[in-house]
Design a protein around this ligand. Structure first.
Ligand SMILES: Cc1ncc(COP(=O)(O)OP(=O)(O)O)c(N)n1
Ligand SMILES: Cc1ncsc1CCOP(=O)(O)O
Length: 446
């Protein structure tokens, strides 16, 4: 019995790796599904343009589908760029031989504006492919092309989704809301005569390959046995994360980040383990004299580009305090457990992205001197110099102070201190790439 689920993409190749089969395979992998490929067309493409298109002979497209379906088996499939009417007819004829769910992304134009479906092939798509679809996933412009309607808002999208389903025989249609009016991206699903809306904020970020990755995520989750409604829900979360965490590569539309879906949880687990170990070691070292009145925290942030808010930074819940003669972590390591130090590391990472860990210890002149003697680069900020508008803004002092301290010297600081203010305890912060490096520096200051 085959334990791994499989998903097949019948689509074109994007040499820039942002859309097409490349996006589909990365998405399948992100969901733990084995990806299969029937390539329809090879495009010479980057984030700005498509300069060449070479279509694969229709019989070779069909043969790719047949061999994988008959040997490996297909749990769900999707279509992307089908390019011309002959490929469309060949794909329709072949997939009819199997009973896997089929998600149809009616790809027509690339983000860069290049046509990916010949004008004379739109009718073939409507006639041969859409009737076989478990789900069709048009964006606003594709839905307009398929219906001849103007679509501006959710009500128009509802009418269009119903029209496409009723006129083509597609079992379900989702009109995506990324290009509709409003601050939210509201996708409208029409299935079994009912509507369901999927909402997410319209996030800033990288959008090349969104349509491909969204439909691939639905396909992967159908392959895993989720209902259509649940598969769409997971895909919506996946694509929102992928857009907001896209790597800014190329000079045009940067690609969606399909890895974020698995990379963030994996990194979180690594961070949790490493920081927990380091906190235990800190307790064992028992640096009682280094614990300030307010307590110590020890933080470790997600890597770039995932570290954005305090929720992306792990710290010790309740901080690390003195209990009699012992140093004790009050709670366990959790993401979002630090406030002050999280703001400090997030600011530091704006200048030195690889430096993701920090600890705060009690200020004393001796420790600062010792740090200098050990060859550490030391900088500082003076809270009395804080501009009034920063002082008045909740939570702004530490980011301001870290920025001042970083910019004061033209070298990356290992240690930043401040001398406090009325009601504010002076403090020393030690920075490192990871908690082990922070502890190594701290050991030299005891
Ligand atoms: C080979 C290939 N297939 C599909 C596309 C479309 O991707 P994109 O331009 O990012 O548009 P959306 O899929 O996001 O609507 C492509 N460019 N290349
Ligand atoms: C008060 C203070 N100021 C800088 S670090 C620190 C202690 C740790 O605070 P948090 O637990 O919010 O990171």
């Amino acid at each position: 019995m085959r334990l791994v689920r499989t998903a097949l993409t019948i689509a074109g190749s994007d040499s820039g790796g942002g859309a097409g089969i490349e996006a589909d395979l990365k998405t399948f992998t992100a969901f733990g599904v084995h990806g299969l490929v029937a390539i329809t067309s090879v495009t010479a493409q980057n984030t700005q343009t498509v300069t060449a298109i070479h279509d694969i002979p229709p019989e070779v497209v069909s043969e790719q589908i047949r061999v994988v379906a008959e040997d490996i088996g297909v749990d769900a499939a999707k279509t992307g760029m089908l390019s011309n009417a002959e490929i469309i007819k060949a794909v329709a004829k072949t997939v009819k031989n199997y009973d896997f769910p089929l998600v149809v992304d009616p790809v027509m134009i690339a983000k860069s504006g290049a046509p990916l479906l010949r004008e004379d092939a739109v009718d073939a798509l409507i006639k041969y492919i859409l009737p076989l679809a478990t789900l069709v996933t048009p964006n606003r412009f594709e839905a307009e092309k398929l219906t001849g309607m103007e679509i501006r808002n959710v009500n128009d999208a509802k009418l269009a989704a119903k029209k496409i389903a009723e006129e083509t025989g597609a079992k379900a249609v989702i009109v995506k809301g990324g290009h509709l009016e409003g601050k939210e991206a509201i996708d409208v699903l029409y299935h079994n005569g009912a509507y369901k809306l999927y909402r997410a904020p319209k996030v800033d970020g990288c959008t090349h390959g969104t349509g491909c990755s969204f439909s691939a995520a639905i396909t992967a989750n159908l392959a895993k046995g989720l209902s259509l409604e649940d598969a769409v829900s997971v895909a919506k979360e996946f694509i929102t994360l992928g857009i907001s965490t896209g790597h800014k590569i190329g000079h045009g539309h940067c690609p969606v980040n399909q890895s974020a879906w698995i990379e963030i949880p994996a990194e979180k687990w690594r961070i949790y383990e490493e920081l927990t170990r380091a906190v235990r070691e800190f307790e064992r070292i028992n640096p009682i004299k280094l614990i300030p009145e307010v307590g110590t925290n020890f933080v470790y942030a997600l890597p770039f580009p995932y570290a954005r808010t305090k929720e992306d930074v792990a710290g010790v819940k309740g901080r690390i305090v003195r209990v009699g003669n012992e140093v004790r972590a009050v709670g366990s390591v959790e993401f979002g457990a630090s406030d002050h130090l999280a703001r400090a590391i997030l600011t530091f990472m704006r200048f030195y992205p690889k430096y993701r860990s920090a600890i705060n210890v009690r200020y004393s002149e001796e420790i600062v001197e010792l740090a200098k003697e050990q060859g550490f680069t030391v900088s500082f900020y003076d809270r009395r110099e804080e501009p009034i508008e920063v002082k008045e803004k909740e939570g702004a002092t530490i980011p301001w102070g870290i920025e001042v301290a970083v910019k004061r010297i033209n070298k990356r600081p290992d240690v930043i201190y401040h001398l406090g203010d009325i009601g504010k305890e002076p403090m020393i912060l030690i920075f490192g790439r990871n908690p082990r490096e922070v502890l190594d520096k701290l050991r030299l200051l005891i």
